[in-house]
Design a protein around this ligand. Structure first.
Ligand SMILES: [Zn+2]
Length: 209
């Protein structure tokens, strides 16, 4: 049997289910939206073996992008938030890129740590565990550009189909594809009144974000 270099979407979903990172039920977000499924990605990254399988798969997709592979090892792997740090470290290891950065929110604004200086940052690949809306990646593209660094790739383990599969980079002709291992068709209800599980009386679970 040929070894499968990049697990398909079904295999990745099975890892996410097995680790508890993908959950089915009746969930209510702080925004009041209801959903029959929930991703808590750090649960897949608490096991070194599954973390490695997922990150190596994503790194292989990234490596297939000529612009990414030809920049190595002078590449920075950048996470939009602390949630993506395990992905960033594991992708860095698989690609042998030379830098890792992550942004954090301070008073609601996404930013890099103080003294992360412009001019020292290698061309960037933005990676995350999940992209629900694409906003985190877009914010990070802008932050990276403010540091004078070019974004040459994006990748996420799971991408909701409603979030962009390409990111426009201001000043660049070609948008950068957002590579992912799973494209998930997320289902939402704006409130309890429109929610199928509420109608069936399924008990709610409240999630923090
Ligand atoms: Zn509901």
């Amino acid at each position: 049997m040929m070894p499968q270099l990049i697990p398909d979407s079904e295999q990745v979903m099975s890892i996410l289910k097995k680790t508890g990172a993908f959950r089915e039920g009746h969930f209510v977000y702080p925004s009041g939206q209801h959903t029959p499924h929930y991703f808590q990605m750090p649960l897949a990254f608490r096991y070194y073996d599954t973390a490695r399988v997922l990150a190596v798969a994503l790194s292989r997709k990234l490596r297939l992008e000529k612009v990414v592979s030809s920049a190595l090892p002078k590449l920075s792997i950048i996470s939009p938030s602390p949630g993506g740090i395990p992905v960033a470290f594991a992708v860095r290891e698989a690609l042998t890129a030379d830098q890792i950065y992550w942004a954090e929110r301070e008073e609601g604004k996404r930013m890099f740590r103080q003294y992360v200086n412009a001019g020292e940052v290698s061309p960037a690949v933005i990676v995350d565990d999940i992209s629900r809306t694409g906003d985190a990646i877009k914010d990070t593209v802008n932050l990276v550009r403010e540091m004078g660094t070019k974004v040459i790739g994006c990748g996420t383990i799971v991408r909701f189909k409603g979030s962009p599969d390409h990111i426009e980079i201001p000043g660049e002709d070609d948008p950068v594809p957002v590579l992912s291992l799973v494209e998930f068709d997320a289902k939402w209800y704006d409130d309890g009144d429109s929610c199928a599980d509420c109608k069936k009386g399924v008990p709610e679970e409240h999630v923090r974000f």
